[in-house]
Design a protein around this ligand. Structure first.
Ligand code: C2O
Ligand code: CU
Length: 463
């Protein structure tokens, strides 16, 4: 059985989206406690195949924290491999960042690790494996994470769409043979052939005509850049990567998202809307339907005002004319059709051929993979500017752990904060951020195969 787009669309009618139920443990004092099991899970994506697809997942399908409220998450590893959980986008203590081999040892099969932190920012985030990520993310080991504002946003409904692509083989199972394909690592990374929203096929969400919907989009793919076309209704960008915009931006075009990027949007469903509104992915041919908003009923009161911004998170603004304390150029090289001929790996200068033997194909400033020494060392509170130059033939999604930054790329409104930035081939961007909590913070490409094959370094913040 070969899956094509027609099958994919035909299968849609068979699925339902179920609202996740969150297992909160009784609170101890002020701390809210959670227990998360990482374990194999099955999904019935392909009704004709008798066998469900085997993935890795977590015992919940959504985590909800409250801004400023301490949490304790007991993570139990019931998988056959060691793992960790990284809290992507949260500005928390470095020891809780969940990076295997850097901030913690991986949690062995059968083992437990308790993460403790207080989310200071409200917004849309996610948790995902940060150990052998190219495999574990492809198997589905991630979880969307919503940190609620202290004062709820003035919306009638909250809809989350976690966009992912999977590589499904002719048996209707996850194609695990191609995991680690060096060809893909040298090109655009692992691209799937099967699309899901919230690990379901084309889910439908009921909305009322005349209501104001908060739509949270999150791209959890290993490597695919998703383009998303919203239904033709008034829409605004409320927040990016968890950080609210002071002035909402109207959405007038396709929303493009690198892996790990998030957008919080407002959709005003017109009072005369009816039937099915589609969220689609434009392609060279017909657009692919990703999910539906099914309009049913009418919202009681009429909304006459355009939406208000969210309250700002406690993140320090960066005056545009402030002189950076540290300036650095980050030169990205490598990949197929690139001109990289050598790089340092594990402290040794290697030819391209030797690098490939070590599965390394990309480099930052001539170093493949995480070097012993950081790219730079900064004190908490200092302003850092990194000029990132994409000297490769490929797009990349650059992610900095534990920080949000501003960027001067024309693609983005300069007021947006990012923890992940989409950079096209040949583009350069200056990113600016204030060094945050002390510790070792990764800077890497979130096209996870690129990270595995060399595109990862780190910065050190000292108190
Ligand atoms: Cu979303 Cu280093 O990760
Ligand atoms: Cu990349």
């Amino acid at each position: 059985m070969k899956l094509n787009r027609r099958d994919f669309v035909r299968l849609a009618a068979m699925t339902v989206f179920t609202q996740p139920v969150l297992a909160a443990l009784p609170s101890v004092g002020e701390v809210r406690r959670f227990r998360l099991e990482l374990r194999p899970e099955q999904r019935n994506w392909i009704p004709e195949s008798e066998i469900p697809v085997e993935l890795w997942g977590l015992s919940d399908s959504l985590l909800t924290f409250r801004q400023g409220e301490p949490v304790e998450i007991e993570v139990v590893n019931l998988l056959p491999e060691p793992t960790t959980l990284h809290w992507h986008g949260l500005r928390i203590e470095n020891a809780m960042d969940g990076v295997s081999g850097l901030t913690q040892e991986p949690i062995p099969p059968g083992g437990t690790f308790t993460y403790r932190f207080t989310p200071e920012d409200a917004g849309t985030f996610w948790a995902h494996s940060h150990h052998k990520t190219y495999e574990q993310l492809a198997r589905g080991l991630y979880l969307p994470l919503v940190v609620e504002e202290k004062i709820a946003s003035d919306t009638d409904q909250d809809i989350l769409m976690v966009i992912d692509d999977w590589r499904v083989n002719n048996e209707g199972q996850l194609d695990s043979e191609s995991l680690g394909s060096i060809h893909e690592w040298a090109h655009g990374g692992r691209l799937g052939n099967f699309l899901t929203i919230n690990k379901e096929v084309q889910p439908s969400f009921t909305v009322k005509a005349g209501s104001r919907v908060r739509l949270r989009l999150l791209n959890t793919a290993n490597a695919r850049i998703f383009a998303v076309d919203l239904p033709e209704v008034p829409a605004w960008i409320l927040a990016k990567d968890g950080q609210p915009l002071a002035n909402l931006m109207q959405v007038t075009e396709t929303v493009v998202m690198a892996p790990a990027e998030r957008y919080d949007l407002i959709l005003d469903i017109p009072r005369d809307a009816e039937g099915q509104l589609s969220v689609t992915m434009p392609t060279d041919r017909a657009p692919i339907e990703m999910a539906y908003l099914q309009v049913e009923g009418l919202h009681e009161s009429e909304r006459v005002h355009s939406p208000d911004p969210l309250p700002a998170n406690p993140i320090e603004e960066i005056p545009p004319d402030q002189i950076p304390d540290h300036k650095l150029v980050l030169d990205m090289t490598g990949g197929a059709m690139g001109s990289m001929t050598q790089a340092v790996y594990n402290g040794q200068q290697m030819s391209m051929q030797e690098l490939i033997q070590h599965r390394q194909i990309w480099a930052f400033n001539g170093v493949a993979n995480r070097p012993l020494d950081p790219l730079l060392e900064a004190r908490s509170g200092e302003l850092v500017e990194i000029e990132i130059i994409n000297n490769t033939g490929w797009a990349h999604g650059m992610h900095l752990h534990g920080h949000h930054f501003k960027a001067d790329l024309a693609r983005y409104n300069p007021d947006l904060w990012h923890d992940t930035l989409l950079m096209d081939s040949g583009e350069s961007a200056r990113i600016r951020f204030i060094a945050g909590k002390p510790g070792s913070w990764l800077l890497h490409c979130h096209m996870i195969e690129h990270q595995a094959a060399g595109m990862v370094s780190w910065i050190k913040v000292i108190g």
